[in-house]
Design a protein around this ligand. Sequence first.
Ligand code: DX5
Ligand code: ZN
Length: 217
Amino acid sequence: MALLISPSVLSCDFANIQRDVEMINSSAADWFHIDVMDGVFVPNISFGFPVISAITKHATKTMDVHLMIANPDQYIEDFKKAGADILTVHYEACPHLHRTIQAIQAAGMKAGVALNPHTPVSLLEDVIQDLDLVLIMSVNPGFGGQKFIQNAVNKVLQTKNLIQRTGSKALIEVDGGVNMETGLQLVQAGADVLVAGSFVFNSKNPQQTIKELKNLK
Ligand code: DX5
Ligand code: ZN
């Protein structure tokens, strides 16, 4: 499968969201990565439903929504209405993870589970068959522009192994500190989707940067 690129809108210019959405629409990117932070699960607040709906209105690609919020269960329908195609919750935020996954899929979305850097891949053993996506965090969630945590590469290898062993259809996505060097390591370890925020939006030519990431192998 070709590598998928999901630029993180968190790093866009919020005074020019439509311009940046159009930039992604006409780029080689595959998805829009949408980071939702509540100031409780993570020490930062990003944006909520009105902003997501506004992005959905202009976006022509898959809406990949990453929830860094406590109690995600209570908002599943609202995220569907706001335009989410893939809804990823954090393992650490879900005491009834299996139920949450079922609810996301019943609402008509693909279900993903994100793992913080300290959370072992082995904890997904009993839900991996139900998942559409595993999101390996390669930074502690909350902010763009952080340094890549090298152990994420091992976690991609472990996730790949778990998926192959169980016959799961889940994609492996990695989020945080992705650039050409870390991206290459992740792709070689078996990542299917790379999220990139600051590396794309701080570059001179974001569309060219997206294209270069897309061609990593
Ligand atoms: C971090 C977010 C990321 C963030 C990545 O908590 O989940 O999606 O936007 O930003 P970069 O690519 O700059 O590390
Ligand atoms: Zn994210």
